[in-house]
Ligand binder design. Sequence first.
Ligand code: C6P
Length: 421
Amino acid sequence: MSDTGLDTASIRRDFPILKREIGGHPLTYLDNAATTQKPRAVIDALVDFYEHHNANVHRGVHTLSEEATALYEGARVKAAGFLGACDPGSIIFTRGTTESINLVAQGWARQNLRSGDEILLSEMEHHSNIIPWQIAARETGAVLRYIPVTDEGLLDMDEAGRMITEKTALLALTHTSNVLGTINPVADLIRLARSRGALVLLDAAQGVPRQPLDVTALDCDFLACSGHKMLAPTGIGVLYGKPELLERMEPPSGGGGMIRQVWREGADWREPPWRFEPGTPDISGAVGLGVALDYLSALGLQRVQAHEAALTRQALRGLEAIPGVTVYGPSGGVARGGVVSFNVDGVHPHDVAQVLDEVGVAVRAGHHCCQLLMKRLGVAATVRLSFAPYNDAADVERLLRGIGRVKEVFGDDGEQKRALP
Ligand code: C6P
C-alpha cells in the first residue's frame, strides 16, 4: 500500500503486461503519457463484447444490435459521469484527443471565426492543439497568438491577462503539459476568457487521467481527451461540448447514422452527439473505455493524483541529485502532473532512452510533438518519464539506477566509454 492509499501491489496484478521482462529485467513502464497499459478487466470486456454481443449499433432491431447499442450508449453515460457532464448528449465519441480538437476546428471554427478573430494558444501546446488551428486560421483569416511560457515552465499569467481580449474568439489550452507536467490554472483562465466573451477548449489528454476534472464546475466549452491514456483501448476518445454549442454546430464530416432524412439535394441532421459520429463507430473501444473509467473511479482519481505526485517528487529529488542532469518544468513544490522531462549533459536523449531500455525501463525521448516548447527550452529533445496508477517507488529507483548506467556508459563528457550491452 502506498502512503497515498493506492495498493499498487494489487493494482499491478491487474495488468498482465507488467509480468513481462525486457532483456532479462522486469518491465519498468514509464511511458504512460504516450499510452497506458490496460487492466485485465478492459481486455476481458473486449473479448466478452466480441464473444457475446458483437453487432452494429443504432441500425438493427435484433437482439445483438440492441445489446451492442445499450453497451455503447452505456459507455457514453459513464463518460459523462466521469467528466461531470450533466447530459450524455454532450459526449461525442472520437478516435482520440486529436480527432476531438479537429472536430471543433472544422465544425465550430469554420462556422464562427471571422477574419481578424484571434485564437489564443500557448507555447506549451502539443501539435494536436496547434495544427488544427493553423488550418482553421488559414481557412477563415483568423490570427493565432501564443501565451509565452516562463523559464520555470509555467504560463506567463501577466501576458495571458493582456492577450485575452475582446478579439479572442477561442482560448485553446492544454490542461497538463505532456512535457513539463505543468498543470495550468485553467479555472482562472476560463473565468477571464468568459469575461471577455471568448470560448475555451481544454486539451485534457494528460489532465483527465491524472486528476478529477469536472466540465460543469470548470465551465469550459469544449474538452478533449483520449481513452488510451487512461487504461482504455486505442482508437477511442471523447469530445465534450456544451449542449447549446453542439446544437448549433454543423457536422464537419458526413455518412451513415447521423441523419434524420436524406433527399437528393440535402439532408437534415440527427441531434448531437450522433450528428458528429458518422459511420460505424469504435463500439468495442467505447465499451472498453467505460470499463476503464469504472476501474479508475474505483481507485479514486484523488488518490491517483496524490500517488503520482509522490512518485513525481521522488523522481525530481533523485534526478536533481545526479550531476549533469537538467530537469525541465516547475520545481520548488509547484504542483505538477505525473510527467517529468530531463536531459543528461552531453548524451543524446535517444541514447539515454536506449540504455534505459537495456535495463527494462521504458521512457520516451524526442520532441514529444511539442516543437514550439522545445524551441522555448532551447533543446531539440528531452527524455520523459510519466506515471500511471500501477507505478511504484521501485520503478523510480530502477529509473535512477538506469541513469547511473547511462553515466557509466557515456562518462561525464558524454563520450561513449563502453560498448552498449
Ligand atoms: N501525446 C505523448 O507521448 P492522441 O494522439 O490524439 O491520443 O493525443 C494527442 C495529444 C494531445 N494533447 C496532448 C497534451 C497530448 O499529450 C497528446 C498525446 C502523446 O505525449 C503522444 S504524441
